[in-house]
Design a protein around this ligand. Structure first.
Ligand code: ZN
Length: 73
C-alpha cells in the first residue's frame, strides 16, 4: 500500500523534473538563469522615497553664507 506520490518539484525555469542536487532546479544552468532573473528584477525595482523611519524631522534649509563677509559693511 503506497500513498499518493509526492509531487515532484519541477524546475521553475524549464519545468523539467528538478534534480535533488540542484533543487529546486534541474541543472546549474537553470539555477543561473533564475539567479539572473532575480538580480535583474531586484535592480529593476525602484528605490522607494525616503518616507520610512522619519523619526527626525527634516532639517530646515540653511541660509547660505559666503565666508565671513556677512555684515561686514
Ligand atoms: Zn531547468
Amino acid at each position: 500500500m503506497s500513498g499518493p506520490k509526492p509531487a515532484e518539484p519541477a524546475c521553475p525555469i524549464c519545468e523539467r523534473p528538478a534534480l535533488a542536487q540542484f533543487k529546486p532546479f534541474c541543472s546549474p544552468r537553470c539555477a543561473d538563469v533564475d539567479l539572473g532573473r532575480w538580480l535583474t528584477g531586484a535592480y529593476a525595482i525602484p528605490v522607494p522615497p525616503d518616507e520610512a523611519g522619519d523619526d527626525e524631522p527634516p532639517a530646515p534649509p540653511q541660509p547660505v553664507r559666503r565666508g565671513y563677509t556677512f555684515g561686514d559693511d
